[in-house]
Design a protein around this ligand. Structure first.
Ligand code: AMP
Length: 435
């Protein structure tokens, strides 16, 4: 136990973490360009918030939340998704009183007690955006275009956007009843869960993966046939804007999404290469959510993408990310006197903005050189009693093996000179992201 992490979690080690940092940087640039600003909410919230917003009859709330009583006997849950907390923060901080829409994004860990497999974890990470305060279908199209823009910047190919409309509280009950009638006649072939869903949430039967339920769903009424005219107009406008923006899409009438709070636009982004867990992102409109959480009647639309799945898709498509620069220089001490002095020298280099390090394991000169090689450092500064007495240090270019003695007083300048050009990051291998 002491040396094993909990199931469904991961350690992101150096070597891997650079990919995360790159992805996060692409996301932050994207958000800035689309006018979204970052929000950071707590990792845990009152359980009631998720029950109210995600919905009590959803898999997430029924089966997947990490819920516990804190020492004050309050029911607390680790956040399973990001929208609920953003809406809570929008209300609590009265962001609705300022100019609308409020465009926010978040990046961070989410927690779901799910059966772990490739692309599905118990602690995973999401990037999400929420735009609150506008009904404009152009905003729906913008959010989808932004999601697709992200994947294309990352160099991902064969990414599909599936879109549907779920109607609104006026027209959805009609559709729900039509679905119920349709499936009641076929309830013998439905799985146990879907028989249960039949009364509570029949829309979910449409996206059940069980073979019997998929068969039963053939020929089921589609929500598009039940939309009221404002919802139909909204949906047509969304699709029209997507066309104007040149964003390819497929209307998928079976797309219902797992969370209760969606209305009108619902969408999902699917990648070919991530296996069973092919959904790399999804989102939709949630016009009733702010009010359901006790606030004013404010509409909203959002999107969330799982970072693990995006990275998995990138890996499977052979996309590499630019590697960040490592150390500029490694200080090698040839003897004890130089070793002491090198601590001060290395600090001077850092203070002048260079990335520098030295040995802390009492290695021999040869072993220090070998270690510097392993770190992949391009430049080594070797100092020994002789050089120090002359007020000098030897610079060795690790690629060419060429050595030069430079005055200590010019060390920073000489290192910087040699580092120019090296700082630019180079792709590791394979395709380059965004190529
Ligand atoms: P959802 O909040 O369920 O709509 O999920 C949005 C996105 O988060 C999905 O498209 C996935 O990319 C990702 N995701 C959801 N659940 C998990 C999980 N258990 N592990 C990894 N990624 C997940």
């Amino acid at each position: 136990m002491l040396t094993t992490r909990p199931r469904g979690t991961s350690d992101i080690l150096p070597g891997e973490v650079e990919k995360w940092q790159y992805l996060e940087q692409v996301i932050r640039n994207l958000c800035r360009e689309y006018g979204y600003r970052e929000i950071r909410t707590p990792i845990f919230e009152h359980t009631e918030l998720f029950e109210r917003s995600v919905g009590e009859a959803t898999d997430i709330v029924e089966k997947e939340m990490y819920t516990f009583k804190d020492r004050g006997n309050r029911s607390i849950s680790l956040r399973p998704e990001g929208t609920a907390a953003v809406v809570r923060a929008y209300l609590e901080n009265r962001l609705y009183a300022g100019p609308q829409p409020v465009k926010l994004y978040y990046l961070g860990p989410m927690f779901r007690y799910d059966r772990p497999q490739a692309g599905r974890y118990r602690q995973f990470h999401q990037f999400g955006v929420e735009a609150l305060g506008s009904h404009d279908p152009a905003l729906d199209a913008e959010v989808m275009a932004m999601a697709m823009d992200l994947y294309s910047r990352l160099g991902l190919k064969e990414i599909e956007l599936h879109v549907n409309s779920l109607g609104c509280p006026q027209c959805r009950p009609v559709f729900r009843e039509r679905l119920r009638e349709f499936f009641r006649e076929r309830d013998g072939v439905l799985c146990r869960h879907c028989r249960d869903r039949l009364e509570r949430n029949p829309l979910r039967i449409l996206d059940c993966k069980e073979e019997g339920c998929r068969g039963a769903a053939q020929g089921a009424p589609t929500v598009l046939g039940s939309l009221c005219s404002p919802c139909e107009d909204h949906f047509r406008a969304v699709l029209g804007y997507l066309e104007q923006l040149g964003v390819p899409y497929t209307v998928n009438p079976c797309l219902v999404r797992g969370l209760d709070y969606y209305n009108r636009t619902a969408f999902e982004v699917v990648a070919r290469d991530v296996g069973a867990q092919s959904s790399i992102g999804g989102g939709g409109r949630y016009d009733g959510l702010v009010e359901a959480c006790g606030g004013p009647d404010v509409p909203g639309i959002g999107f969330a993408s799982g970072l693990e799945r995006v990275l998995l898709a990138m890996e499977r498509q052979g996309i590499s990310v630019p590697s960040p620069p490592g150390l500029d220089v490694f200080l090698v001490a040839a003897d004890e006197a130089a070793r002491e002095q090198s601590l001060v020298l290395v600090q001077q280099l850092r203070k002048s903005g260079l990335a520098a390090d030295r040995d802390y394991m009492g290695r021999s000169l040869k072993a220090q050189m070998k270690f510097a090689g392993k770190l992949g450092v391009g430049l080594v500064a070797i100092c020994g009693a002789g050089e120090l007495a002359r007020g000098a240090v030897i610079l060795r270019d690790m690629r060419t093996g060429i050595q030069e003695e430079v005055p200590l007083s010019k060390l920073v300048e000489e290192v910087k000179l040699r580092c120019t050009g090296r700082k630019e990051s180079a792709p590791v291998n394979g395709n380059h992201a965004g190529a």
